[in-house]
Design a binder for this molecule. Structure first.
Ligand code: GSH
Length: 222
């Protein structure tokens, strides 16, 4: 049976804005993966949610019997269940909730919103490379990924963070794409040791995110 963690608080004003208390369906994968991006977002925005976590062992059975037929034909998670609606594709779910939160986390002009979406797109490309290497049977693929993909994308993000001066993609206001970036950097193991040495804006980005009061509280409780 999946583990169901109850909401950590009563529904908030943010829950009212997004339309209720969502149920997040995701792996019991520690603090990793696309589902964790949604958790960071929910905590930061003070969205109370129910956390339904599947083990890797039980997931195929749920996937066959529930996820594919009832929730998502692609069979992938995260899925966010809200008022009997099943929202799939993590980046568009983040965008939808950003809009419902009056545009918080999503840029304030067409140009900044474009930039946030563009950065999210690059993170998606980077995560695809990370996931391919991470789950590869041949362990040398991950080493290759660290040698080739990681420096390439760190240079890209370091450059793009300059556009609005940091610490986040559009400056001082955090966006949903910033959570996506932080999470892939975390999953790739780059927050440990000297993973971000030589990338001062990336370091500034990671530190600024971890200093956010609700994120600090979440990490302290984890
Ligand atoms: N574009 C999708 C990708 C979802 C995805 O690939 N999820 C992975 C876990 S992070 C998954 O469900 N893998 C198991 C499978 O597809 O069978 C999203 O962002 O939600």
């Amino acid at each position: 049976m999946p583990t169901v963690l109850p909401p950590i608080s009563e529904p908030t004003a943010a829950n009212e804005k997004i339309g209720g208390v969502p149920i997040l369906h995701y792996f019991d994968f520690g603090s990793k993966g696309r589902g964790e991006v949604l958790r960071l977002f929910f905590y930061d925005a003070e969205i109370s949610f129910i956390d339904k976590r599947y083990t890797f062992q039980e997931f195929p059975e749920y996937q066959k019997s529930i996820i594919v037929p009832k929730m998502n034909p692609t069979g992938s998670i995260p899925i966010v269940e809200l008022n009997d609606e099943f929202l799939t594709q993590s980046a568009p779910v983040l965008r939808l909730f950003s809009y419902r939160l009056d545009g918080a986390y999503n840029g304030t002009t067409p140009e900044t919103t474009y930039w946030v979406d563009a950065m999210a797109d690059i993170v998606i490309d980077f995560r695809a490379l990370f996931a391919k290497a991470y789950f590869a049977e041949d362990k040398t693929e991950f080493e290759e990924h660290l040698k080739k993909d990681v420096p390439k994308y760190l240079v890209v993000f370091e450059k793009h963070l300059k556009k609005y001066g940091g610490p986040f993609f559009i400056g001082k206001e955090i966006t949903y794409a910033d959570f996506m970036l932080w999470q892939v950097i975390h999953d790739d193991g780059l927050l440990k040791g000297n993973g971000l040495d030589g990338y001062p804006l990336m370091q500034m980005h990671a530190n600024a995110l971890m200093k956010r009061p609700n994120i600090k509280k979440y990490f302290a409780s984890d």
